[in-house]
Ligand binder design. Structure first.
Ligand SMILES: [Zn+2]
Length: 188
């Protein structure tokens, strides 16, 4: 069960964490970089992580590794091929116009191919890595507050207790009973 807390924290203010790993509760020496993008704005936050969970976070499955390594050359190849193809088959315009159009469309298809491969790689993520990555998340934010979610209730309670100034009056802790969408990695 995931526990969410809302903090009235602005972009230039920092959130205090206990010196304990957000994934397992052991003493922490490493960091889990949280980030959430909304449109052009990205909010970042570092959560504490123990050395063991940092190692789990760095471990990739063989398939993940292969797909990520393949994604750039595949994207470049698709970009060049579609640029050449579009430039060759377009029935109008001068050669440089066709080439420019072809290149623009090539870049779009190359980016698409890379995105598909990165998505595939994410789907082969090791479960223990995903557990660490999702142990703390920025669910949402505005210019004046931020919603954080933790897989461990005690961590949510400790973060709330360490940041009393940022707690909105009425709703210090909000329970999120359905874990249904918690496993979806691509909801940003
Ligand atoms: Zn840990």
């Amino acid at each position: 069960m995931e526990q969410q807390i809302i903090l009235r924290v602005r972009p230039d203010e920092t959130v205090c964490f206990p010196a304990l790993c957000v994934a397992c509760g052991q003493p922490a020496g490493e960091r889990l970089a949280l980030q959430k993008r909304r449109g052009q704005v990205t909010r970042r936050l570092d959560a504490p992580l123990c050395a063991e969970c940092a190692r789990r976070l760095a471990r990739r499955s063989g398939d993940e590794e292969r797909l990520l390594r393949l994604s750039w050359p595949a994207a470049i190849l698709v970009t060049l091929l579609s640029a050449a193809l579009v430039a060759a088959v377009l029935p109008f315009g001068s050669w440089w116009l066709r080439l420019a159009l072809g290149f623009a469309l090539g870049v779009i298809s190359g980016a698409f191919v890379r995105r598909v491969l990165v998505r595939r790689a994410e789907a082969t993520e090791l479960p223990e890595r995903r557990a660490v990555r999702e142990s703390a998340r920025i669910v949402d934010f505005t210019w004046r507050d931020m919603t954080l979610a933790f897989t461990h209730e005690e961590m949510a309670a400790q973060v709330a207790a360490l940041n009393p100034d940022y707690l909105p009056g009425e709703q210090p802790l909000e329970e999120q009973p359905e874990a249904g969408d918690a496993g979806a990695p691509d909801n940003e």
